[in-house]
Write a new protein. Structure first.
Length: 46
């Protein structure tokens, strides 16, 4: 792989990371800190 390909992958992963982070914040706010329920949702997703 060349450096350009690695840089592109990094950008993609950064965007995915930001989307996931935003989703986690949204879920946390919506469930008002229900981390047990969030944990179950995460297990079901994986």
């Amino acid at each position: 792989m060349n450096k350009k390909g690695i840089g592109w992958q990094f950008i993609v992963w950064m965007i995915i990371g930001l989307l996931v982070l935003g989703l986690l914040i949204y879920i946390t706010v919506k469930s008002k800190g229900s981390f047990i329920e969030w944990g179950q949702t995460l297990k079901d997703t994986i």
